[in-house]
Ligand binder design. Structure first.
Ligand code: IDP
Length: 141
């Protein structure tokens, strides 16, 4: 298995629910390490650029509006198979379809407000990490 890095975002709904720590604990208990972290308030440009691949989708405007509705916590997670491991911890995009015990099953309200983001491939992880972090902001351990 390869050591990978992935980008995680604790979305505004989960920050508002005060469950940042509970979510990070799940990453740590699964063997993923936080190697970079910041709390930021996205603006339309930053959120829209992040989700550029969804620009033509009908939910794009709502997605940007939700992602800019409050602060988010952006993190780089590192560990064995980190990209798939994080996706497993997150659960399905729609919390109604997310497996029991996953972050989205436990903390998400709806497909719009679904608690977390996680990179879905190695190429996405590379782009997304660079979108939020300079190389010297990532502290490998
Ligand atoms: P992911 O976050 O599980 O990777 P994506 O397909 O990349 O899912 O979609 C990005 C985000 O866009 C989702 O997390 C969700 O908040 C939102 N989204 C995706 N599909 C829909 C939809 O059909 N309706 C409303 N929002 C959606």
């Amino acid at each position: 298995m390869a050591v990978e890095r992935t980008l995680s975002i604790v979305k505004p709904d989960a920050v508002a629910k005060n469950v940042i720590g509970e979510i990070v604990t799940r990453f740590e208990k699964a063997g993923l390490q936080v190697v970079a972290a910041k709390m930021i308030k996205l603006d339309d440009e930053k959120a829209g650029g992040f989700y550029a691949e969804h620009k033509e989708r009908p939910f794009f405007k709502d997605l940007v509006s939700f992602m800019t509705s409050g602060p988010v916590v952006v993190q780089v997670l590192e560990g064995e198979n980190a990209i798939a491991a994080n996706r497993d911890l997150m659960g399905a995009t729609n919390p109604k379809e997310a497996a029991a015990g996953t972050i989205r099953a436990d903390f998400a309200e709806s497909i719009d407000a679904n608690a977390v983001h996680g990179s879905d491939s190695a190429a996405s992880a590379e782009r997304e990490i660079a979108y939020f972090f300079a190389a010297d902001e990532i502290c490998s351990r």
